[in-house]
Design a protein around this ligand. Structure first.
Ligand SMILES: NC(=O)c1ccc[n+]([C@@H]2O[C@H](COP(=O)([O-])OP(=O)(O)OC[C@H]3O[C@@H](n4cnc5c(N)ncnc54)[C@H](OP(=O)(O)O)[C@@H]3O)[C@@H](O)[C@H]2O)c1
Length: 275
């Protein structure tokens, strides 16, 4: 196959579909892209928050659960029709995180993480990629997590789902580059969003200790990294220096990091026994 030349998608004339666009990282990215002149479409489950976001961005919107293949496919098709333009840029930000001790997490949580975080990404990709390949241009960006760069205490359900997203995007990148389609994957650390607030209610003390006192990023900072990543056709998109180092040297640093994290976990155990 003859590789097609990489023609960057012009944000100002693009139709951008954002799953999980009613809140947090997805909403911040939608706002930024709309401000740059893109036609934006949002997908999420909760109608009230979605309609408020659509008004604010402004954007078209459809209610759909990304874990439902037929519903996502239909939502994307309807948005393409409403906007009278195929999807040029897809950002999959819909997702959820439920930390907890491996021994205590119910099986359902493991399944839910894979269904929403992994299959929710896959189904949205499957809805837009054939058209992009046919047109020889487009950009697909999946929001994974720093938890996909290293296995972390407390993330035995969430981490593997985000590792799967990373693996999917790595394979898909290799296949889509010859078709002129840009593929990116984002590795945010903690970001100050409703998801983080929800997640914090379940975070084991050990997971908090590993996170240390690092201040969460703003969703706007992550959005800026995503937009820059699209413009520069980057595969790995890291919104801060810490995740950039992890993405590049994670495997090499793993023994050192594990030693430090194990030390923090042990200190929590000791403190609990003393209390
Ligand atoms: N915040 C962090 O610290 C952090 C760090 C690393 C990675 N991430 C990842 O970044 C992405 C965005 O997270 P966020 O922090 O911005 O969370 P957020 O503020 O809670 O937003 C999540 C968005 O996804 C939607 N959503 C959730 N489940 C869905 C489903 N099954 N179908 C359709 N839409 C769904 C939500 O709307 P509805 O609930 O109404 O559907 C909402 O619009 C997620 O993939 C998350 O795992 C977040």
């Amino acid at each position: 196959m003859t590789p097609r030349s990489a023609r960057p998608v012009e944000i100002g004339s693009a139709h951008v579909v954002v799953t999980g666009g009613s809140s947090g990282i997805g909403l911040a990215t939608a706002r930024l892209l709309s401000g740059r002149g893109a036609k934006v479409s949002l997908i999420a489950r909760g109608r009230v928050r979605l309609e408020a976001a659509a008004k604010d961005v402004p954007a078209a919107a459809r209610v759909a659960d990304v874990a439902d293949h037929a519903a996502v496919t239909r939502a994307v098709a309807e948005l393409e029709e409403e906007r009278e333009q195929p999807c040029d840029i897809l950002i999959t930000s819909a997702g959820l995180a439920r930390p907890g001790h491996f021994l205590e997490l119910p099986d359902d949580v493991f399944r839910q993480m894979i269904e929403v975080d992994y299959f929710g990404t896959l189904y949205a990709l499957r809805a837009v990629v054939p058209g992009m390949v046919e047109r020889g241009r487009g950009s697909v960006v999946a929001v994974s997590s720093a938890a996909a760069l290293l296995g972390i205490f407390g993330y035995s359900a969430y981490g593997p789902a985000k590792f799967a997203v990373r693996g999917l995007m790595e394979s898909v990148r290799a296949e889509l580059v010859p078709h002129g389609v840009h593929v990116g994957v984002v590795f945010p650390p903690d970001v100050d969003t409703p998801q983080l607030a929800e997640e914090n209610q379940y975070k084991p003390a050990e997971t908090r200790a590993i996170g240390g006192t690092i201040k969460p990023l703003t969703p706007e900072k992550v959005a800026a990294a995503i937009v820059a990543g699209i413009e520069r056709r980057r595969f790995v998109i890291c919104p801060d220096v810490g995740t950039r180092v992890l993405a590049r040297f994670g495997s090499a640093l793993m023994p050192l990091l594990n030693r430090e994290f194990d030390r923090r976990v042990k200190a929590i155990g000791k403190a609990a026994r003393r209390a």
